[in-house]
Every structure is written in C-alpha cells, then in structure tokens.
Design a protein around this ligand. Sequence first.
Ligand SMILES: Nc1ncnc2c1ncn2[C@@H]1O[C@H](COP(=O)(O)OP(=O)(O)OP(=O)(O)O)[C@@H](O)[C@H]1O
Ligand SMILES: [Mg+2]
Length: 285
Amino acid sequence: MPPPYARHTPGLLVEARELTRVYGDGEGVRALDGVSLQVRQGELVAIMGPSGSGKSTLLNILGALDLPTSGEVYINGQNLTDIRDKDAFRARTVGFVFQLHNLLPTLTARENVEVPMIGQLSSRARRARSEELLGLVGLADRMNHLPGQLSGGERQRVAVARALANQPPLVLADEPTGSLDTKAGEGLMQLLRDINRSQGTTFLVVTHDPAVARQTDRVIVLADGRVVREDHIGSPLEEDLKMWIHSDLGNLILAGEREPMRSLGISPRQAEALRELFRARNEGD
Ligand SMILES: Nc1ncnc2c1ncn2[C@@H]1O[C@H](COP(=O)(O)OP(=O)(O)OP(=O)(O)O)[C@@H](O)[C@H]1O
Ligand SMILES: [Mg+2]
C-alpha cells in the first residue's frame, strides 16, 4: 500500500510535511521539530522567528542544500528525496539570496550574474540575460563595477539579479535586508515585490524586520523548530491602522464619536471604514 500523503498537492509550489532536522548524533540539536507548510505559486511569504528557531535550516532544506532528518519536501511537484542531481535541480528551480550576498569579489556585477547560467546558456546569451537582469534591478549603469565598488544595497540587488538568472519559479532569501539600512531595505523589498508581480516568481524571505514582513502576503513564524503562527497580511496601511485598535484612538473610533474624528482630520467615511476594520479584527481575535 502506498504511504499516506505519497503525492504532492496540485497547485502548490512548496509543500513541506513534518520536517525534522537534528544536527549531530544522539541527543543532538533539534533545529526543526515537525514543520509543515504550503506555499502557492506566486506568493511572497515572510519567515520570522527568534534567532536559532530554525529559519535558515528550513530554507536550506527547501532549497535542496541540506536534507531533513525526516519528513518530505515537494518543490514544483517533485519530491526532493527522489532528485538525483541536486545541482541541476537547484540551477533550474531555485534562486538564492543570502544576507552576506556572497558575490565573487574579482568578478564584475555582470559576470557575477552570469555565473549560474554557465552550462545552461551560451556566453553570448549569458551576457544578454545578465544585462537584462541588471537593468531590471536598476543597475544598468553599474554592470562593470566590482562588488567592492558598489554600495551594500547595490550588491544586494546584484544578488537578486543573480538569483533570477535561470528564471527559477522559487527564490529563497535569507535576511536579504539584514545588512541594509531602512531605506535600502525598503527598496530591496519593493524590488522583490515588483519581480513577484511582474514575473510571478514565488519568494520565501527570512527576516527579523516587521517592516519587511508587512510588505509580504503572509508571515510564517517559527519558534523552537516549529510553526507557531501563520498570518495573512492586509495592505501595509491596514496593518498600521490595526495597531491603533487597542489605543485610546481606537476606542474613540469604535465608539463612533464625531467630534474627535473631525479634530483629527478623519472624515466620517474614513471613520466608518476604520470601524469596520476594527470590528472585523475584534471578531477575528
Ligand atoms: N551545522 C550545524 N550543526 C549543529 N547545530 C546547528 C547547525 N546549524 C544550525 N544549528 C543549530 O540549529 C538551530 C537552528 O539554527 P538556524 O541557523 O536554522 O536558526 P535561525 O532561525 O536561522 O537563526 P538566526 O536568526 O540566528 O539566523 C540553532 O540552535 C543552531 O545552533
Ligand atoms: Mg539564520
């Protein structure tokens, strides 16, 4: 008899079932302790959680850089344990962006972006694709710079261009904004969002930054190697407004009093919309 759940669920780009990862022998470190998750094609998902909660371990397994101790992963319908040639699988299916962008320091931006295409495309096609991608990330005029001649944010955008080289359906990013200031971090997230919308690329982004998470569709929170929460996120504005809900202002809005609203410059229509939002939120709690 086939084992239960022997097949992947159609329509999911990423499906993980009961993943565990124990580092070392015997007792070891249980970095993942039964993680199941599903990501649809075209989603932009944040993974959050305290240091040591298993985020990087999870990303490494989803990207076929590491094997789980137990559990199953399907990427694009393929069971990772069935894949013999992991390198070829990664080259076609997964792009990686890491915090410390690990660009090759002696290669120019254009040459760095070309690296994953070696063996996939002719040198002329690699060059054309690399130039196109650097244009896409706004670095058309920096193609011949070495990484050391670029800002942190620019280097990170080169890393994004490189991750997209072979048009992978899935990009895994481990704290891509971690080394950037707020403004550059926002710019990078905006870029990921644009690519997500225009190319349909699915992103899983590990982050500690709530401002980054707010720019995604959904947040998966890990703690001690388990999924402890999954939130769907509304628009950034909605999320900001929801933070008022338990404040004095939130109470005023819920109470529907006109005068305080007027003095705050909130129109009756806006106030009504906010009340709806807060009521929905209260019911959701
Ligand atoms: N190669 C390894 N050998 C042994 N233990 C490891 C190894 N890699 C990670 N761990 C342990 O596994 C746990 C999860 O580590 P992981 O790197 O996945 O955490 P993380 O959530 O990415 O943390 P951070 O936010 O600090 O990057 C930690 O307790 C860590 O010490
Ligand atoms: Mg990590």
